[in-house]
Ligand binder design. Sequence first.
Ligand code: SME
Length: 183
Amino acid sequence: MNMNKNQKQSVENNMYPIDKQDSYKLIHAQLKSLLENETNVIPNLANTSALLNLALSEINWVGFYLIKNGELLLGPFQGNPACIHIPIGKGVCGAAVSQGKTQLIPDVHAFPGHIACDSESNSEIVIPIFVDNTVIGVLDIDSPVFDRFDEIDREGLEEVVRILVVGCEWINYYENKKVQDEF
Ligand code: SME
């Protein structure tokens, strides 16, 4: 990990600024440090989910689904075991892919077709991951609190995804390129 002393301390002691914008600034700096010497997708997504799990309050699941064989397949995450396959267009994650835009859902029970992986979840945000103008997966975060996510979260998490897109080598996860070997 190439974090400076203050960045490292905030991860280890789980200390993040109360101001959400300041907190996201620190998360972005920490994520850039985590990605500095590694471009492999799996470890980078695993560390990103661990970082967000430490940094964000009032969440019960954070992780990734990546498109594989025309559906979303569970990727690295933190939280309870979750559904492995999600069809494109189904649930909040599938909607983020088919609409190509962030889904900010204050009450998942009011979302038609919501897929309940964890009965604790009451609100959710899903950010599509675009590589070369194509959605290759999503970042999904659940909260037990209704209306947990706002515009600051949307901006902060969309920036997390942009940092990841730049910091990872995605060629093996980009189905249209027909790469044979995944690892
Ligand atoms: N709730 C999601 C499914 C994934 S879990 O939340 C981890 C959805 O409706 O797509």
